[in-house]
Design a binder for this molecule. Structure first.
Ligand code: UGA
Length: 430
């Protein structure tokens, strides 16, 4: 099948290569010429495990272009453009609207547009009215991939969700054909209306965010009473109704999805007159943001006034196995430490390039980037571990003992660090 994928960010670029891996001929469209050039040379424009290999493997069936006219031969068009947060907290739909307008001249009665971007509920209905003027049909097919596992999640998803308009049941077969190897593995596939499909996505991310903020709220209580939130999570996580996944307390969630999705959901629910139903998500957001401030509090408790101090920071990406620094708690904490007057010496295995750009554009002083974890420790009064990369978890603390470590992800072997002579502070565990 000939397929186009419009928008080649973390979602679209991996989706395009994934569809080529399933055997389709795919063209990916993006406005960014430099990104398109890299993708056409089978080079990933961002760090994502396995993605470079997938680009090489699928190169024969996969091209990228900045010219929307190159979608003309495709029958299925995936919409994967970004929906960032606007200053009001609402979802910025500019890219989706522009992409659909640019696509319209290339649609006909044979075309099927498949929305994957995360959008406010009601969007599909609105876009359908634009698209149906060409005779084309619209489906909504939210994506649940995680950065760091994007290739795996694209090719072996937990479930497929198809949102269709009543009367368009024949479209199910079209998308089944696109995803045939996935369908043949008996992956659960749920067919529903547009609004439910849109809601499934924000509900899933809201639930995950709530789970993380719940355990972080327990971390706040644990700190107050000297309890251990990791043991608490292990104990409640044994109950299969609760489950241990996404119960890791620390400096909280960041990235391009969870924070903006809960804020966008709150705004949309307000517009719909049902804001009260998701008011709790504002608390989820507030608990999450307090985690970042907590690191500064712990540093101040231990070191006193931070001005003139030097703090090593391990991790800049919002999570391990990613170079994404969008709304990264790590970078936010680096900036707060620097604002408190300390010097920050930071290192991340993959996110140094994006972090360098961000620091330059924000004109932030007091943060320097270093070549290795060891280099950051030179002259440091304390170490903050902000992203749980494997290399940090496995690092030998006996290499540089005698100072404070703040384990922002509760990811270190506490006893090992303590017995190597470090003063250890976790998040909700001491
Ligand atoms: C999230 C969802 O997990 C995906 O299912 C969804 O498809 C995606 O958003 C999206 O909407 O596109 P992602 O943003 O890649 O995926 O990252 P997560 O693995 O969800 O982690 C989000 C944040 O939560 C990270 O900063 C992570 O460090 C933090 N986290 C995660 C915790 O603080 N504790 C946990 O127990 C788990």
């Amino acid at each position: 099948m000939k397929i186009s994928v419009i928008g080649c960010g973390y979602l679209g670029a991996v989706h395009a290569a994934g569809m080529a891996e399933l055997g389709h001929e795919v063209v990916g469209i993006d406005l960014d010429q430099a990104k398109v050039n890299r993708l056409n040379s089978s080079e990933a424009p961002f760090f994502e495990p396995g993605f470079d290999d997938l680009l090489v493997k699928t190169a024969e069936r996969l091209t990228f272009s900045t010219d929307m006219a190159d979608v003309a031969e495709a029958t299925v068009h995936f919409l994967t453009v970004g929906t960032p947060q606007s200053p009001s907290g609402a979802v910025d739909m500019t890219y989706v609207n522009r992409a659909v307008e640019a696509l319209l001249p290339f649609l006909s009665g044979e075309s099927v547009v498949v929305g994957k971007s995360t959008v406010p509920v009601g969007t599909a209905q609105r876009l359908k009215e634009m698209i149906e003027t060409t005779g084309a049909k619209l489906m909504w097919n939210p994506e649940f991939l995680r950065e760091g596992f994007a290739v795996q999640d694209t090719l072996t998803p937990d479930r497929l969700v198809y949102g269709i308009q009543s009367g368009d049941e024949s479209l199910v077969e079209v998308l089944d054909e696109v995803y045939r190897p996935i369908i043949e593995r008996k992956t659960p596939r749920l067919v529903m209306d547009y609004a439910t499909a849109e809601l499934v996505k924000v509900a899933a991310n809201s639930f995950l965010a709530t789970k993380i903020s719940f355990i972080n709220a327990m971390a706040e209580i644990s700190d107050a009473v000297g309890a251990d939130v990791t043991m608490l999570a292990d104990a409640i996580g044994h109950d299969p109704r609760i489950g241990r996944k996404f119960l890791n307390a620390g400096i909280g969630f960041g990235g391009g999805c969870l924070p903006k999705d809960i804020r966008g959901f709150v705004q949309r629910a307000d517009e719909l007159g049902v804001g009260e139903a998701v008011e709790f998500l504002s608390d989820v957001d507030a608990i999450n943001l307090r985690r970042r401030a907590r690191v500064i509090d712990v540093l101040s408790e231990e070191l006193g006034d931070l001005s003139g101090k030097t703090v090593a920071l391990w991790g800049l990406a919002f999570k391990p196995d990613s170079d994404d620094i969008r709304d990264s708690p790590a970078l936010d904490i680096a900036e707060s430490i620097a604002k408190a007057g300390a010097t920050v010496q930071a290192y991340d295995p993959e996110a140094m390039g994006p972090a360098q750009k961000r620091l330059a554009s924000n004109d932030i002083s007091g943060i320097s980037l270093h070549e290795s974890p060891e280099e950051t420790l030179s002259g440091a009064d304390a170490l903050v571990v902000a992203t749980e990369w494997k290399t940090f978890r496995e690092w030998d603390p006996s290499d540089a003992p005698g100072r404070l470590v703040v384990d922002g992800r509760n990811c270190l072997d506490r006893e090992r660090w303590k017995s190597a002579g470090w003063r250890y502070r976790g998040m909700g565990r001491t």
